[in-house]
Every structure is written in structure tokens, then in C-alpha cells.
Design a protein around this ligand. Structure first.
Ligand code: 5GP
Length: 183
């Protein structure tokens, strides 16, 4: 693993406390109704697996993997679906579980795509939100932490596939121009 300078932004204990609070908010919002968690691979895996264990609701989980098409479509926000859901979501109550909202383009596209499949409802929970970087208006229904415009890793989030296993969230301080967000 490349040794890039990093500093802790959120400790494992702070995240654990907030995840339990979020789970209580979500439990209250669904009032006992069954919810299908749509975990966005790979970054949200750690968050989704912690969150679901504190939801006092009937819960199912499914997974999607997406990647951005690249710079030529960056303004349209088109994303490529690398792995789709296993089954129909028609009539189901969906909660997208995401690691971080940055420009908002990924979730804007994902919400439109999933809404076209006629779920009963669609909400979004994100662990982290960087509102300063928005290109499209997007407000998550539930959010763990708003953070400044840093590139962060850990608790599922990567840099070139490294650092996902760190228990806390860390800010990377690489050489200028070295960081490119990945899916
Ligand atoms: P969007 O810009 O479409 O809101 O976010 C797209 C994706 O970029 C996120 O799901 C996440 O995978 C990645 N991303 C955005 N900001 C960061 C960051 O600070 N760290 C890491 N590791 N990934 C990020």
C-alpha cells in the first residue's frame, strides 16, 4: 500500500455512534414497514453492513455497482451499471445506502433509474456528504456527517482500491494532482 500522508477525520467510535443514531432515525421513518437496502458497491459495503444490524425493521439487501462514463459525460451524470439488482423492485420501499455524496451526479442518475422501475418509495442514506462539491442539486434523506472538500478514505472508501479496511475515516494528503475518485 502506497504510503500517502493521512490524518484521521472521524474515529471508529464516532462513526459507530452516528451509525446507531442513523439507524434509529431510519427505523422511526419506516414505522415497521419492510425496507430493501440497495447497497452501492464497493464503498458502501462496510456502512451498509453496520447500519443494517441496528435497523429494527424487516430488512432485505441487494447490491448495485456503477461507474462513471468519464469526462465527456461528466455534466450529464450518466453512469454505467456494472451490476444491477437481482430482482424487481416494483412496489417495494427502497433505501439506497451510499458511502459519500460528492457532485451528486451518481445518486441523481441512480435515483432516476430506480424510480423508473416503480418502487413504492425511494430514499437515500449516505454516511458522508460533501455539499460544497455539488454539480446537481441533491439532498440525501439521511446523512451521517457533512464534511469539507477533502478526499477521504477508510470505512469502505478507497484510493486505488487501498485503505477500505481502515476502521476510521481519514483525509489523504497526496502530492498535488495525484488523487482521482474511484467507484
Ligand atoms: P458523485 O460525485 O457522483 O456524487 O460521487 C461519485 C463517487 O465518487 C462516490 O460514490 C465515491 O465512490 C467517489 N468519491 C467522491 N468523493 C470521494 C472521496 O472523498 N473519497 C473517496 N474514496 N471516494 C470519493
Amino acid at each position: 500500500m502506497k504510503n500517502i500522508n493521512r490524518e484521521e477525520l472521524l474515529s471508529a467510535a464516532e462513526i459507530a455512534r452516528r451509525v446507531k443514531e442513523l439507524a434509529a432515525e431510519i427505523t422511526a421513518a419506516y414505522g415497521g414497514r419492510r425496507v430493501l437496502l440497495v447497497c452501492v458497491l464497493k464503498g458502501a459495503v462496510v456502512f451498509a453492513s453496520d447500519l443494517m444490524r441496528y435497523l429494527d425493521l424487516p430488512v432485505e439487501i441487494d447490491f448495485m455497482a456503477v461507474s462513471s462514463y468519464g469526462s465527456e459525460t461528466a455534466t450529464s451524470g450518466a453512469v454505467r451499471i456494472l451490476k444491477d439488482l437481482d430482482s424487481s423492485i416494483q412496489g417495494k420501499e427502497l433505501l439506497i445506502v451510499e458511502d459519500i455524496v460528492d457532485t451528486g451526479l451518481t445518486l441523481d442518475y441512480l435515483c432516476k433509474n430506480l424510480l423508473s422501475r416503480k418502487p413504492a418509495s425511494l430514499k437515500v442514506v449516505t454516511l458522508l456528504d460533501k455539499p460544497a462539491r455539488r454539480k446537481v442539486e441533491f439532498i440525501p434523506d439521511f446523512c451521517g456527517f457533512e464534511i469539507p472538500d477533502y478526499f477521504v478514505v477508510g470505512y469502505g472508501l478507497d484510493y486505488n482500491q487501498d485503505y477500505r479496511q481502515l476502521p476510521g475515516i481519514h483525509i489523504l494528503h497526496p502530492e498535488k494532482g495525484e488523487l482521482q475518485p474511484e467507484g
